[in-house]
Design a protein around this ligand. Structure first.
Ligand code: PSU
Ligand code: MN
Length: 308
C-alpha cells in the first residue's frame, strides 16, 4: 500500500505480501484507556498473544503525524509514556497530520487505518456506543462499524453505555452482532447483559464462513464479534451497576462530555473498584487477541473466496 500519510512496518509489509494472517490492535487503550505502566504491559502482551496464536500483530497509532501500522517496542514505550497524545477518531486524523502529533487510534480510527492497509481482523477490549449522559453522544465507532468491512473482536460494550440503544443503532445500520459461544451480548466486565445478539457462532471457522457470506452478498458493514470475558475474571452486573452509576453522576456533575467522557468514566471505574476492573480489563483484552488471531488464520485460508 502506498499513501504519503501511511507508514507500514517492514514486518507488516512482508506479512501482507505473503498473505499471512494479521490482527490489527488499537492504541487509544494505551494512550487514554489504561494507566501507566499497565498500558505498556498490556500493549506488549496483546502483541505476544497474537503471535503465540499464529498471526502477526499490527498495532495502529500516529507518530509525528504519520499513520503507522506495526510498531517497534521503543515506539510502544513512547506511546505508553506520553501524556499529550491525541485521541484519534475519524475527524482527528488530519489534525494529527498537520500538527505532526502522536495519537492513539480509537476503534473507529483503527478500523479505518487497518482497512486501508488491507487488514480485515481487529482485536479490542470494548467498543464505544451511545452514552447515557447525552443522547447525542454516539461514538464514531458505531458509524465505522456500519461503513468499514472489518471483523472487530471485543468483549461487548461497557455498561457505562446505553447498551439497548447501542444495539438498536447497530441493528439499524445493518451490523451483525455475533455472540461467540453465547446467546447474550456481553457487557465487558460482566458476561451477562440481558440483551441478545443477532447470531451465535461457536468456532473461528464459523465466523470466517459468516464473514465470507456477509461480504459476498455485497454487504459493506463491519462484523462485531463479541467474546465474553473469561468466567474467572468477570465481575457481576449487580456489582458493577452502582459503581457505573456513581461515575456517570460525577461526569454529569462536572460537565464532562465529548472525547473526554469515555476516558473519565474508565479511570473513575478503575479507582472505584480499587483496580479490580483493571485486572478484568487486561484478561478480556488478551482473550480477544487470541480469538482474533484464530479468526485471522481461518479468514486467510478463505481469503480468495471473498468479494472484497
Ligand atoms: N471502551 C472501553 N475501553 C476503551 C475505549 C472504549 O471499554 O479504551 C476506547 C476505544 O478506543 C474506543 C473509544 O474506540 O474509547 C471510544 O471513545 P468515544 O466514546 O469517545 O467514541
Ligand atoms: Mn463520544
Amino acid at each position: 500500500m502506498k499513501h504519503p500519510n501511511f507508514q507500514l512496518s517492514p514486518e507488516i509489509t512482508r506479512a501482507l505480501s505473503m498473505g499471512a494472517p494479521i490482527v490489527a490492535l488499537e492504541s487509544t487503550v494505551i494512550t487514554h484507556g489504561l494507566p501507566h505502566p499497565q498500558n505498556l504491559e498490556l500493549a506488549r502482551d496483546m502483541e505476544k498473544q497474537v503471535r503465540d496464536n499464529g498471526a502477526t500483530p499490527a498495532t495502529v497509532a500516529l507518530l509525528d503525524g504519520k499513520i503507522r501500522i506495526g510498531l517497534s517496542d521503543l515506539e510502544l514505550i513512547r506511546l505508553s509514556e506520553s501524556e499529550s497524545t491525541l485521541k484519534v477518531s475519524h475527524r482527528d486524523f488530519a489534525t494529527a497530520i498537520v500538527k505532526k502529533a502522536d495519537g492513539g487510534t480509537t476503534v473507529a480510527g483503527t478500523m479505518y487505518a487497518a482497512n486501508m492497509a488491507g487488514i480485515k481482523v481487529f482485536a479490542t477490549g470494548g467498543i464505544g456506543g451511545v452514552h447515557k449522559e447525552s443522547a447525542f453522544d454516539i461514538s464514531t465507532d458505531l458509524r465505522s462499524l456500519a461503513e468499514i468491512p472489518t471483523i472487530v473482536v471485543c468483549a461487548g460494550a461497557k455498561a457505562i453505555l446505553d447498551l439497548p440503544a447501542t444495539l438498536e443503532y447497530l441493528e439499524t445500520m445493518g451490523v451483525p452482532v455475533i455472540g461467540y459461544q453465547t446467546d447474550e451480548f456481553p457487557a465487558f466486565y460482566s458476561r451477562e447483559s440481558g440483551l441478545g445478539v443477532s447470531a451465535r457462532l461457536d468456532s473461528p471457522e464459523e465466523i470466517a464462513e459468516f464473514a465470507k457470506a456477509h461480504w459476498n452478498l455485497g454487504m459493506r458493514s463491519g462484523i462485531l464479534v463479541t467474546n465474553p470475558i473469561p468466567e474467572t475474571e468477570s465481575i457481576s452486573k449487580s456489582k458493577m451497576e452502582p459503581i457505573i452509576a456513581k461515575a456517570s453522576a460525577e461526569a454529569i456533575e462536572q460537565g464532562i462530555h465529548g472525547q473526554k467522557l469515555t476516558p473519565f468514566l474508565l479511570s473513575r471505574i478503575s479507582e472505584l473498584t480499587k483496580g479490580k476492573s483493571l485486572k478484568a480489563n487486561l484478561a478480556l483484552l488478551l482473550n480477544n487477541a487470541r480469538l482474533a488471531a484464530e479468526i485471522a488464520k481461518e479468514m486467510n485460508t478463505k481469503k480468495k473466496e471473498w468479494a472484497i
